[in-house]
Ligand binder design. Structure first.
Ligand SMILES: [Zn+2]
Length: 471
């Protein structure tokens, strides 16, 4: 390559600077940290954090916000609590960068789902350690990640991490029930996250499967719930005299058409990347088909196979699950109304109005009313080849040789959706690795996280943030 002008040289330098690569000064910084004391602190604070009961409802996240407030004050990190409703606290803290790059947000929610102590081995708000595992409601969703994010702030401040981006810590109320904490912050204090380029929050998950290396799933997008009710009306009567076009009869026919409907296949770039990343786990010819899934989807046999697998099918199309059914209360009464609910999940990029128009054609009965029944949010996603995604991938490969890193399209909703609407690239990432057995304790009894994962996690998360905030 021949450089023609100082401008060309500058542009080339900027280009190379933007490629993920180790930065000698930063690498020196990372090597110089002695982690043991921070790891001990992380475990102690994790226990303390789990002892704060933020069951939602009612939430009472203010107590958790005060816990972080104290930690940040002691470390000299500027922070403020925002009360979005009585007892509902949110906390914001910031470490300033030199302003050459846009901010990186660390987002977590402080509320947890409720826990019935009867089914627990130890009380759910004890933070007790049993056999090397820390027990507590929220240990996986998501007080683990919230605490690791706070630790990253504390270590960065103490160790004087050089920063090109601001690092913003934002812990919110009410994710589990109404998302009102994040919604309130975005509505009332958009300046807190304005102009941020990247955000890391829940929505990633890393599984250890026996016989294979760990698989790290990085959340890059979510499908959006678009719940719909079908309501059929007609003449009611006595069950002994059948009415061929009764409300339940017409609804049943429409439901049959809906459940047999093969919604169109649409391959998102992140999903294509996912198939490529897991191809090596398959045998031929499937491995080759996964490597070129766009072509393989044109093969009817492959299409049938892939869409019969529920864990792959949902990534490839808008889906419809028939859930609630309502008709008569009595066996001998033909009701004048019958209804059913559909749990519809749309892919990023689907227009809900287009979907409704297609559904109307499938229902093919103008006397059946089609009513959306949920607040609809446009599904969105972030690219799986951004600087931050690559940094996460690089840190995982360095700290866990042999690990697989996969972009994940989550079937369920996360708050990333709201922040992507502000133009922020959002990723679900958590360094904690879990066996399927531990993973199943999320939202269930005996939720717990291994002590060693908290210790390992704080260092891995710090490396991701330190590198991510400098390129
Ligand atoms: Zn959560």
């Amino acid at each position: 390559m021949r450089f023609r002008s100082p401008l060309a040289i500058l542009l080339c330098l900027l280009f190379f600077a933007s490629v993920v690569r180790p930065q000698p000064q930063l690498e020196e910084h990372l090597r110089s940290i002695s982690w043991r004391a921070y790891q001990d602190q992380a475990v102690n604070l994790m226990q303390e954090y789990l002892r704060i009961d933020t069951s939602n409802p009612p939430g009472n996240e203010l107590a958790a916000a005060e816990f972080f407030h104290k930690l940040f004050d002691q470390a000299g990190i500027p922070n403020s609590i925002y009360v979005s409703a009585p007892g509902r606290g949110n906390i914001y803290a910031v470490l300033k960068g030199d302003g050459t790059l846009k901010p990186l947000v660390l987002l977590n929610h402080m509320d947890v789902v409720r826990a019935d102590p009867q089914n627990w081995k130890v009380p759910p708000f004890s933070g007790a350690i049993v056999n090397g595992e820390i027990y507590g409601r929220g240990a996986l969703d998501m007080k683990d990640e919230g605490l690791l994010q706070a630790m990253v702030m504390l270590v960065a401040a103490r160790e004087h991490l050089p920063l090109k981006r601001d690092i913003i810590f934002l812990a919110t109320a009410d994710e589990e029930v109404g998302d009102t904490g994040s919604a309130w912050i975005i509505q009332n204090h958009p300046e807190l996250v304005k102009g941020a380029e990247f955000l890391i929050t829940e929505g990633g998950s890393n599984l250890i499967t026996p016989g294979q290396g760990p698989t790290y799933g990085i959340g890059v997008g979510e499908k959006a719930p678009f719940w719909i009710r079908l309501v059929a009306t007609g003449r009611g009567g006595h069950g002994s005299i059948p009415i061929p076009d009764s409300a339940p009869n017409r609804l049943a026919s429409a439901m049959c058409r809906v459940v047999n409907w093969q919604t169109p296949i649409r391959l998102l770039p992140q999903v294509e990347q996912y198939f490529r990343a897991v191809a090596h786990l398959e045998k031929e010819p499937r491995a080759s088909q996964f490597r070129n899934v766009r072509k393989a989807l044109k093969n009817p046999a492959f299409l049938r196979w892939v869409t019969e697998n529920p864990d792959l099918n949902y990534m490839l199309r808008d889906t419809v699950s028939l859930t609630v059914l309502k008709g008569s209360q009595q066996t001998n009464v033909i009701p004048d109304t019958a209804s059913c609910d559909l749990d519809v999940r749309l892919l990023p990029g689907t227009d809900p109005q287009d979907f409704l128009a297609q559904l109307r054609e499938v229902v093919a009965d103008p006397r059946i009313e089609i009513q959306p029944i949920s607040r609809y949010r446009i599904p969105n996603s972030s690219p799986a080849d951004s600087t931050l995604f690559r940094v996460i991938e690089q840190v995982i490969h360095e700290t866990r040789p042999g690990a697989q890193v996969l972009p994940r399209l989550n079937s369920g909703y996360t708050e990333s959706q709201m922040y992507r609407e502000l133009g922020i690239k959002c990723y679900g990432f958590n360094p904690i690795e879990l066996t399927p057995e531990l993973d199943d304790t999320e939202h269930a009894a005996n939720e717990r996280v291994p002590v060693e994962e908290i210790r390992r996690g704080v260092k891995v998360f710090y490396e991701v943030v330190a590198r991510g905030a400098n390129q």
